[in-house]
Design a protein around this ligand. Structure first.
Ligand code: AHR
Length: 506
């Protein structure tokens, strides 16, 4: 078996401009994402509004562009009005989705204050589980209407006179899932989402509305759900959502390493379905994808299970997965897949941001640290600039149970012609075999290597912990160099690499 990966790159292999919204994340009222995650009054780093500034700094360093809020499964039982007005008057409620109590000390206004400090665009999900059109319209008016009507005056009375101008709105969450409060058939949801969208557009025609697609590509209704929902809602919505979580199951490392093959297939299938509906309805508009939940998530692990019994804790430890070096490589590959589909994936949200299946972890009253997955996200967000370029790739393949045969390497590139900068993102997903990289860059003209960073650990299960937060970090890959217009170097087995190149200064 050859141990070479040959990349063919050309500035004309353009897919689409890099979209900043690819680098979104997600903050749900779940576990310790909000309480002791982004918000912890009394923490040594807390600001005047109770937000942890250590988490704010890490959020900025992560390069997060937009943040979806407030759920997730949580939103399907949420009363948004519980979270506005004087904090001391807000009710404590049971959250059935995560068997927790929510004190509602953080709500829409606090989230918007946090989003401004973090420099992120908000994406707001309305409750179409236990609630409907009226409440969706109410929260839209509270958030976006200029002063002069009841709900916007209420916002002003709560200290926020200016409309927030939230553009992206999710019409519910995972309504295809039987676990969802108010779960619906495709037909039931299609009618509700369409009518809700129609009213929201009457309030503000410029909103970007996201209708629920499937909770993952293994759902029995996958495909049929998108077809039914989009056939009804096509004219009223801009995007259809997609969600997916991967994990190594039953020791099947090879299938896990090939997870991005499933993401590619998922995206291609949703695009095909959306375009089928477009043809059927004879429309010009194309529906885009909001990949508004994606990540690695070990759902079988104890920390992922909601508490049960009579105990309804506030901010319990939930879904606090610790990520390994291998998880970070698969994660970086998922970002490669999202970037590669920038022509149709208009927005994406890493689920989630802090503590809950998150790149940022915190200890209540203590430090905040970076998980392994922090690094590929931060580096891709920072250096994916300009146009996304498709990369033709010739590499050995490896067998796996889930997909049969998968390429041992995967890659995408971005090229900024004005700045003369090229970024190549490449993974070696082979479990055992190092790969020798060989890429012909002659079509880009004269370039030099600025930096090559590889994330790899000899133990693929090595993790970053509070005590040892720098166990798995990207390191300079000194083997990467240009030889007569060819980029060459060594990619260790199970590794993620970023190579940055630039035109030499004149
Ligand atoms: O992100 C965790 C949960 O996963 C979300 O609440 C839900 O939408 C999905 O099933």
């Amino acid at each position: 078996m050859s141990s070479h990966v040959t990349l063919t790159l050309n500035p004309s292999f353009r897919v689409a401009p890099v979209r900043r919204r690819t680098f979104g994340a997600f903050v749900e009222h779940l576990g310790r994402c909000v309480y002791t995650g982004i918000h912890e009054p009394g923490h040594p780093t807390a600001d005047e509004d109770g937000f942890r500034t250590d988490v704010l700094e890490l959020t900025r360093e992560l390069g997060v562009s937009s943040v979806r809020y407030p759920g997730g499964n949580f939103v399907s039982g949420y009363k948004w009005e519980d979270g506005v007005g004087p904090v001391e008057d807000r009710p404590v409620r049971h959250d059935l989705a995560w068997h927790s109590s929510d004190p509602n000390t953080v709500g829409l206004d606090e989230f918007m204050t946090w989003a401004k400090k973090a420099g992120v665009e908000p994406m707001y999900a309305v409750n179409l589980g236990t609630r409907g059109m009226e409440e969706a319209l109410d929260v839209l008016q509270y958030a976006n209407a200029p002063q002069g009507i009841a709900l916007s005056d209420q916002r002003a009375a709560n200290g926020h006179p200016e409309p927030y101008g939230i553009s992206m709105w999710c019409l519910g969450n995972e309504m295809d899932g039987p676990w969802q409060a108010g779960h619906k058939t495709a037909e039931e949801y299609a009618r509700l989402a369409t009518e809700t969208a129609r009213l929201m557009r009457q309030e503000d025609p410029d909103l970007e509305l996201i209708v629920c697609g499937s909770s993952n590509s293994q759902m029995p209704t996958f495909g049929a759900w998108e077809n039914t929902v989009l056939t009804e809602a096509y004219d009223q919505v801009d995007m259809v959502s997609a969600h997916v979580y991967y994990s190594e199951k039953d020791g099947d490392r090879a299938s896990f390493l090939a997870s991005a093959d499933d993401m590619d297939h998922f995206i291609d299938s949703v695009v095909a379905t959306a375009d089928h509906v477009r043809a059927k309805l004879k429309r010009d508009k194309r529906i885009m994808i909001s990949f508004d939940e994606w990540n690695i998530w070990y759902q079988h692990r104890a920390e992922s299970r909601p508490p049960s019994g009579d105990d309804w804790p506030v901010a319990p430890v939930l879904l606090e997965d610790t990520y390994s070096a291998m998880d970070a490589v698969v994660f970086g590959n998922l970002l490669i897949s999202l970037l590669r589909h920038s022509d149709r994936v208009a927005s994406a949200s890493l689920a989630q941001l802090v503590n809950v299946i998150a790149p940022i972890m915190t200890e209540p009253g203590g430090s905040a640290w970076k998980q392994t997955t922090f690094h590929p996200f931060a580096l891709t967000s920072r250096y994916a600039v300009g146009e996304v370029l498709d990369v033709r790739l010739d590499a050995p393949s490896f067998e796996n149970q889930r997909f049969g045969s998968s390429s041992a390497a995967d890659a995408v590139a971005t090229w900024d012609d004005d700045a003369g900068t090229l970024a190549v993102f490449v993974v070696n997903r082979g479990a055992d075999t190092p790969l020798a990289l060989d890429a012909d860059l002659a079509s880009f003209g004269d370039l030099e290597v600025v930096e090559a960073l590889t994330l790899h650990h000899e133990d693929p299960y090595a993790t970053n912990t509070q005590a040892a937060p720098e166990t798995v970090v990207p390191a300079a890959n000194d083997s990467v160099r240009l030889e007569g217009g060819r980029l060459v170097g060594d990619l260790p087995a199970i590794s993620w690499t970023l190579v940055r190149l630039a035109r030499p200064a004149a």
